[in-house]
Design a protein around this ligand. Sequence first.
Ligand code: ATP
Length: 368
Amino acid sequence: MKVVLQNLTKVFPGRGKGTKDHVIAVNDCSFEIPDGELVGLLGPSGCGKSTTLNLICGLQKPTSGKILFGDDDVTDLPPENRGVGLVFQNYALYPHLTVLQNIIFPLQNLRGKEKLSRAQMLEKANRIAALVQIDGLMDRKPSELSGGQQQRVAIARALVKMPRVLLMDEPLSNLDARLRLQTREEIRRIQRETGITTVFVTHDQDEAMSISDRIVVMKDGVIQQIGRPQEVYNEPCNLFVAKFLGTPPINVFRASVKDGTLWIGDEAVLSVGGVADGNVTVGIRPEGFCVDENGPLTCTLRAIEVMGRDVTVVSANPAMEGTEIRSIISSDQDIHENKETVRFSLKAGKVFLFDWESGERIAFTETL
Ligand code: ATP
């Protein structure tokens, strides 16, 4: 089922008189989720992710704009008539019911043509339980399950009616790190097997990058960028997106351009064609540095962290933003820990220029 958001806006009125303290939680958002895709809504706390999800499922009404499921305009439909499955961070299972009873619960409310016999309900519940791999736990109560197992029950309950759209709001936040990783892979597998169009809300960029066909990055209710995870990582449209994606994060410097050359401090570090002279902000991905004793960028060496295949060089430069520069180099590059400085050459494809004031990306051409 294709899902389309058209100029969706949600304003929460303030408590006082007038519009002074109103909040524009979602601001003129438009995007399309192709049938069968998993879209990750990503952004910092308060950027409007959950509100967007609540608008799609119908728990909240938009101030303006439209929501379409396929060709159906569902903007004014109540949630129960939209055919959505919901999974939240707190699994919201009924504690007094068994796993089987929890999964069957949504089927018991079906009426008229949709009404199912007990045998049909059991058949559906068992099939979905096998899909999420909790079929051995059907007689347990939620309190007798681990967090990961409870979340699988919640997913099974959301899927049992075969919703048109599956909506998940931070479904992994209550799980420990290892279980998060395992459960997110499971969610991906289940989503692929069922082919249900899914919206997955998270503030965790690793999670969004690994699970999504496409990510939507939001800030202050406004969509910043939409694209395949690797595209957005490789081609961030602004400094916010560049900083939000990537671990370790992108390294940011105050810099300037003069006559087609990028300067960090008094070092000419890269040729950048087609850029007007003036101050710029530079972002360099950790993998954009090569240790090079004749390299143009000089930094103070602070530490070398060896992590198996890769080595992280921790260094500093007077023009950097933040507290340190983290660059990842391969372990076969030579670097001596007892040196006080380290010099780098830069990989142009991993260097981004941004407008000093607006943070918008500035394109440049590589010149030699
Ligand atoms: P988080 O990751 O912390 O859950 P979020 O990105 O999901 O954040 P939302 O919950 O959508 O953000 O909130 C967006 C903005 O709307 C926030 O500023 C929030 O305070 C505000 N907001 C959300 N719900 C309401 C409400 N019912 N009344 C007033 N303001 C609200």
